[in-house]
Every structure is written in structure tokens, then in C-alpha cells.
Design a protein around this ligand. Structure first.
Ligand code: FO1
Length: 305
């Protein structure tokens, strides 16, 4: 069965890792690039790198992003020179950004460079950026519009988000590999990723909704909410500030037009009737991925439903 998964963030990477361990051959993962930005003249693609490192078993297990055992010698010297260090780039991680920036400057597409990185890491799946040109996520806070990493890292996602925009998405088609992966998919999965910051940027691309409709296969999402909390990141606060219930019903509001089935945590079983009333099938199971076995278990369920 050809599988295509849409993912972003640490939860998305961990779920994709579970799928990859069970289904390493016919798997394509479409990754959000709305978080991408330029720093020190380098092209940084946090979500692509988080998926790459997690699948290669290189990721820092505590942070979820960055590389295990990485050091910060460069950052320390950069601080001495008065450079920007609010976004921490580890010494080993820098190699990825140098490689990517150099290849892009030689005219390679982000799709090509990402495939090269995945191949060097020994991965057999198709690791696909959602598109080949920048579509930066912009967020409106009470103080005005800010760039994604300004909100997420510099301000530690402490501000309420009043609106999200995916700049240029309506004029930017999905990468060719993404179109092919969706057209060939026999099942489509949405990883337990933030709908506003990881999935909506992909949905907003030019022609994506039409392409999605043409894929007449089972579409299943895993809710990233457990009770009233997100496992990681600012999702609970985003649901609240954007006017949705702060639980898996809020996720159902966001994804009801995109999937037919929503997997929710077994502790949220009481939400099942309200979610079904939105027209979605509901599957209840433990959704917290505490270890690699937990990632595989959730992936197995997404395959077996
Ligand atoms: N997240 C942080 O909270 N602080 C950082 O300094 C930071 C650096 C960083 C470097 C490379 C990378 O690939 C990811 C990094 N992240 C950092 C994570 C990143 O900002 C977020 O995981 C995503 O953009 C949201 O999914």
C-alpha cells in the first residue's frame, strides 16, 4: 500500500518515524516548510530537519529537534562577536544548513537537496518539502504581524495568536513530488501535528484543495490534543485564541473538511459523539508516543483502521 503522510513539528516527526519503521518502502512524507527562514545567510528548514533527524535516529531525544550530542562552540563564539544567537544552531546541525544553502545556491531545488540529505542519511522513503519556493508563516499578535520563528523561539510562543497567514501560498503550487505522492497514495495520513502551524500551510498551497479532493482514498488524522493539552508546543493556546474548543473537538473543527477519520486519545472518548456529529469517524486509542514502541503502535493503528 502506498502511503502519504503530511507532517510538521516534533509530533509529526515521531509519528512518521513509527510509520517508517513499519512501512519503510512505500512511504512519502510531505513536510511543512512554513517555518523555514534565513539566518546568518543560511537556509534553515526546521521541520524538514526534524523529520530527517528523527527518521535517521539522530535527533536529540529531549528537545525533539536538533542532533543528539550536538555542541555549541560556534554559537559561543558568535555570541562573543555580538552575533545573533536567539535561534541556537548546533555545530553538527550547521553542516546541514551549510550543505543545503550551498546546493540551493548552485540551483538545486529544495526537493532535490532534501532527497540528497535523506539519501545521505540512508533513508529509503520520499522526504518531500511541501513546495519549492518560500511560503513563510506570519502570525498576527496583539503587537502586529511577526515571522514564525520570531513568535515561536524568540518570544517562546508566549503571545496569543490572533491570525495566521501563509505568505504566497495561494500563488505557490505544491512541489511536483508532492502532487505525485498524493495522486499515487492508497492511504493519506495527517500526523499529530499542529493544524494551524504545520498542516494549514500545506492545505493553503495553490490547487491543493482540488488535488486533495481528487484523491479518493481513506484520509485519517491523529489528533495532537490529549485532554485540554497539546503534547508539545503552543497548540492549546492557538485553539483558544482562534476560537475553537481546546481539545480534540477543536482539532475536528479544523480538519473536518480534510479527513474522514479522526483518531483521538482514549481518555477523550466523551468527545466522540460531538466529533461524529461533524461527520467524522472516530477511533479512540492511547495517542501519547512515549517511546519508539509507542510511535510504532500508533502507526500500526493508523495502518490497520
Ligand atoms: N527551537 C527552539 O525553541 N529554540 C531554538 O533555538 C531552536 C533552534 C533550532 C535549530 C534548528 C532546528 O532545525 C530547529 C530549531 N528549533 C528551535 C525548533 C524549531 O524552531 C521548531 O521545532 C519548529 O520550527 C516548530 O515545529
Amino acid at each position: 500500500m502506498k502511503l502519504t503522510v503530511l507532517a510538521g513539528g516534533v509530533g509529526g516527526a515521531r509519528f512518521t518515524h513509527g510509520l517508517y519503521r513499519l512501512w519503510p518502502q512505500d512511504l512519502s512524507v510531505v513536510v511543512n516548510t512554513g517555518d523555514d527562514f534565513q539566518l546568518h545567510g543560511l537556509s534553515i528548514c526546521p521541520d524538514l530537519d526534524t523529520v530527517l533527524y528523527t527518521l535517521a535516529d539522530w535527533a536529540d531525544p529531549v528537545q525533539g529537534w536538533g542532533l543528539r550530542g550536538d555542541t555549541s562552540v560556534c554559537s559561543t563564539q558568535l555570541a562573543r562577536l555580538g552575533g545573533e544567537t536567539w535561534f541556537r544552531l548546533g555545530d553538527l546541525d550547521l553542516a546541514t544548513h551549510l550543505f543545503r544553502t550551498q546546493r540551493l545556491s548552485q540551483g538545486a531545488s529544495l526537493t532535490q537537496v532534501t532527497a540528497e540529505l535523506a539519501q545521505s542519511a540512508g533513508l529509503s522513503l520520499a522526504l518531500l518539502p511541501m513546495c519549492d519556493s518560500p511560503v513563510p508563516t506570519k502570525l498576527r499578535l496583539a503587537s502586529g504581524w511577526v515571522d514564525f520563528q520570531d513568535y515561536f523561539v524568540r518570544r517562546q510562543h508566549a503571545d496569543a495568536v490572533l491570525e495566521c497567514r501563509y505568505q504566497g501560498a495561494a500563488q505557490t503550487p505544491p512541489a511536483a513530488g508532492v502532487v505525485q505522492a498524493l495522486r499515487q497514495a492508497e492511504r493519506i495520513l495527517l500526523a499529530p501535528s499542529n493544524p494551524f502551524l504545520s498542516l494549514q500551510p500545506i492545505f493553503s498551497l495553490q490547487g491543493f484543495a482540488q488535488l486533495w479532493q481528487e484523491c479518493r482514498v481513506r484520509k485519517l488524522a491523529i489528533s495532537p490534543m490529549i485532554g485540554e493539552a497539546a503534547v508539545k508546543g503552543p497548540l492549546a493556546s492557538l485553539l483558544a485564541s482562534l476560537g475553537h474548543p481546546v481539545n480534540s473537538l477543536g482539532i475536528a473543527h479544523c480538519l473536518r473538511d480534510w479527513v474522514d477519520t479522526l483518531v483521538i486519545d482514549e481518555g477523550d472518548r466523551a468527545l466522540q459523539p460531538a466529533i461524529e456529529a461533524l461527520g467524522l469517524k472516530v477511533v479512540c486509542t492511547p495517542t501519547l508516543m512515549q517511546d519508539v514502541a509507542g510511535r510504532e503502535r500508533l502507526a500500526r493503528l493508523a495502518l490497520d483502521v
